[in-house]
Design a protein around this ligand. Structure first.
Ligand SMILES: Cc1cc2nc3c(=O)[nH]c(=O)nc-3n(C[C@H](O)[C@H](O)[C@H](O)COP(=O)(O)O)c2cc1C
Ligand code: SF4
Ligand code: SF4
Length: 267
């Protein structure tokens, strides 16, 4: 059984999940969604998996765009694994809806708790809490791989009646429409060394260096990669990030995130 896992990741949680799942399943390619934006994606695999974070209790805009370009093939098993710092919301239901509109059925949707990365609301979890979450992730991966191997159907690991679902209903539509221009809230402190890494790590080329300083271009995903990976923590968001501990998955390097834009398989 051949599998492809398409992933989107800003701070590495989704990338770790994609890599762990690939290892567990075997015969699996791990491919970044980023390079596939706005062009058709053909797949020749038995299983197609989508791995991504929850944003505003729903889907990151970039993931919705990717799904709309995925060419659907009959007899393919489609599954999704979302991950979140608190609650799954309705990200899997939205994935199922978009796939249905494309003529495909989401056989199974799984959710994994990971450390939250939305620094405007909270700092990174304590290291011992992170470790406990990472240990559970490894267990969940084995369970999920088992379900994928047996071709399980009818799984959607989120609830229609839940706080996450209420937040989705209240916040997602308006919140996600405001995301592209929300980068107006980013600013830099005088710690900036003009290294240009924020421009490189931005998965959607939303940062251009101008006179040695990053300029945000208003087609943002709010993924926080620029803020989280700045080596001197010079990037702030409004007045809500100062002094808060940054986060990225300890097994992922900035070069792994930058590589999302250099994925040969989707060129
Ligand atoms: C813009 C944004 C919105 C988010 N919204 C939610 C949310 O609604 N619920 C939640 O539990 N986590 C939320 N998160 C946290 C991420 O889903 C979580 O940390 C995820 O594991 C990050 O994955 P990554 O490291 O692959 O980027 C949000 C993160 C960002 C950047
Ligand atoms: S990554 Fe940080 S230090 Fe480097 S250019 Fe961007 S803001 Fe400046
Ligand atoms: S500008 Fe920053 S927050 Fe916006 S998409 Fe790029 S890396 Fe993510």
């Amino acid at each position: 059984m051949s599998t492809v896992i398409y992933y989107f990741s800003a701070t590495g949680n989704s990338l770790v999940i994609a890599n762990d799942l690939a290892k567990e399943l075997g015969d699996t390619d791990v491919v970044a969604m980023v390079e596939a934006l706005d062009k058709p994606v053909d797949t020749v695999y038995d299983n197609v998996g989508i791995v991504f974070p929850v944003y505003i209790s729903g889907l990151p805009l970039i993931v919705a765009r990717f799904l709309k370009n995925l060419n659907i093939s009959n007899n393919t098993y489609y599954f999704a694994v979302t991950n979140f710092g608190g609650m799954p919301g309705r990200a899997l239901a939205l994935t199922r809806k978009i796939l249905k509109e494309r003529g495909a059925s989401l056989a199974a949707g799984f959710g994994i708790l990971m450390p939250g990365n939305y620094t405007p609301l909270y700092g990174a979890a304590a290291k011992d809490k992170q470790k406990a979450i990472f240990d559970k992730e490894k267990v969940r991966i084995k369970e999920i791989a088992g379900k994928v191997r047996e071709g399980a159907t009818g799984i959607l690991e989120e609830k229609l009646f839940s706080i996450g679902a209420i937040l989705y209903a209240l916040l997602y539509k308006k919140g996600s429409s405001e995301i592209p221009a929300a980068d107006a809230g980013f600013w830099i402190t005088d710690k900036c060394t003009s290294c240009g890494l924020c421009e490189k790590v931005c998965p959607v080329a939303n940062i251009a260096m101008e006179n040695g300083r990053p300029k945000w271009l208003h087609h943002c995903e709010q993924c926080m990669a620029c803020l989280q990976w700045c080596p001197v923590e010079a990037i702030q968001y409004k007045q809500s990030t100062a002094g808060k501990e940054h986060y990225h998955h300890p097994d992922i390097k900035i070069s792994d995130i930058i590589k999302q834009k250099q994925n040969d398989k989707l060129r």
